[in-house]
Design a protein around this ligand. Structure first.
Ligand code: 5GP
Ligand code: MN
Length: 341
């Protein structure tokens, strides 16, 4: 799965570094947090001085992960973050493929002369690191990370805490092994993680069954009042404005997974979700089968991602984003049907 020379370069860089700053993408999800904290545990066990630097806060439903409390939030502690970055021997970029995905942290990262590695599974990466390990066929950055650790001969450095983190990312990036998880290698990695005595069922419980009351009410609200169909395009979309979020005591991560609900309607193969934030509209797209929503997001919402799971953002208003989706999707869908995309 991975080129041996690249793995050797990664090994060399880690072996010769002490202060290692691990950076996931903004609004880190289960895979980004899992991979960051998984590596953090492993590097600590090896006697290094790692730090996880999140560009923005992590969602509540990942707060149980061991080490989550020790992560630094750039938005909250930028002074400390910048000091750490300046002293870093090595930067590890995990679960993103272009610096824009680190939000406001991008400006700081661009200045740094220290060595950098990227470990990621998103297609078409920008050249953002000295060692670029990009494996789009991997289910998750967590699967890829555990694979790399094994390949470097460091399996014994993976304890139960790291294994729990890596399992979380595989689970969340595959919808609990319901998509993007048909390669036997994924299950070999899971088997290895189970051998570390992780409690898989507990992780499922912690991630998916720890909803707040207000999150459930928000989900009920969006499905009852803000779900719309575009049957001719086999599409459906939802959206939420800032008032609705405030009324439901919105916390980061509360809308995680909402975009999947429209996709569960029979005959719907494309889903869109538009979320109004303070400074932008966050857009999420999902599809089933061959429909490349990453292309759609790239074309109309300055985004990208995987074929079946993509995202983007816009400085336009929420209404303009929804209108753009409604106006542009028919054309995109027709092109897709005519094999022009
Ligand atoms: P989500 O909808 O969960 O935020 O994102 C799904 C996937 O889309 C992510 O794993 C990431 O690959 C991609 N993605 C999300 N937001 C952006 C964005 O603003 N820019 C790009 N290039 N990709 C994004
Ligand atoms: Mn991922």
């Amino acid at each position: 799965m991975t080129d041996s020379t690249l793995v050797e370069s990664l090994k060399q860089l880690i072996q010769t570094s002490n202060r290692i700053v691990i950076v996931p993408h903004l609004n880190p999800d289960g895979d980004a947090m899992g991979a960051s904290l998984g590596w953090w545990h492993v590097l600590k066990k090896m006697g290094k001085e790692p730090t996880v630097l999140n560009p923005t806060a992590y969602p509540m439903f990942l707060g149980w992960m061991k080490g989550a409390d020790d992560t630094i939030n750039f938005e909250k502690d930028s002074g400390l973050a910048i000091a750490l970055l300046k002293k870093a021997d090595l930067l590890m970029y995990v679960d993103f493929n272009c610096l824009k995905r680190t939000g406001k942290l991008e400006k700081e990262l661009e200045k740094l002369k220290s060595k950098k590695v990227m470990i990621d599974h998103h297609p078409y990466p920008d050249s953002i690191a000295d060692v670029m390990i990009s494996v789009p066929s991997s289910s998750s950055t967590c699967e890829l990370s555990y694979h790399l650790i094994n390949k470097m001969g460091w399996n014994e450095q993976v304890g139960v805490d790291a294994a729990e983190c890596f399992y979380t990312g595989i689970m969340t990036d595959t919808g609990s092994l319901s998509y993007n998880s048909s390669r036997p290698e994924t299950y070999r990695m899971i088997a290895g993680l189970l051998e570390k005595s992780i409690d898989k069922d507990k992780i499922h419980q912690l991630v998916f069954h720890s909803n707040s009351f207000s999150r459930m009410k928000l989900l009920g609200h969006v499905l009852a009042n803000k779900l719309f169909l575009m049957p001719d395009q086999e599409a459906a979309f939802i959206y939420l404005d800032k008032n609705e979020l405030a009324q439901h005591h919105f916390q980061p991560g509360d809308t995680e997974g909402f975009v999947n609900y429209p996709l569960s309607i029979e005959g719907i193969n494309i889903s869109g979700f538009f979320l109004e934030q303070d400074d932008k509209i966050k857009c999420s797209f999902r599809s089933r089968g061959e429909v490349p929503v990453n292309k759609f997001s790239e074309l109309h919402f300055s985004g990208g991602g995987h074929r079946n799971a993509a995202g983007g953002e816009s400085a336009s208003s929420l209404k303009e984003c929804v209108d753009r989706f409604k106006n542009e999707l028919p054309n995109f869908y027709n092109k897709f049907k005519n094999n022009e995309i």
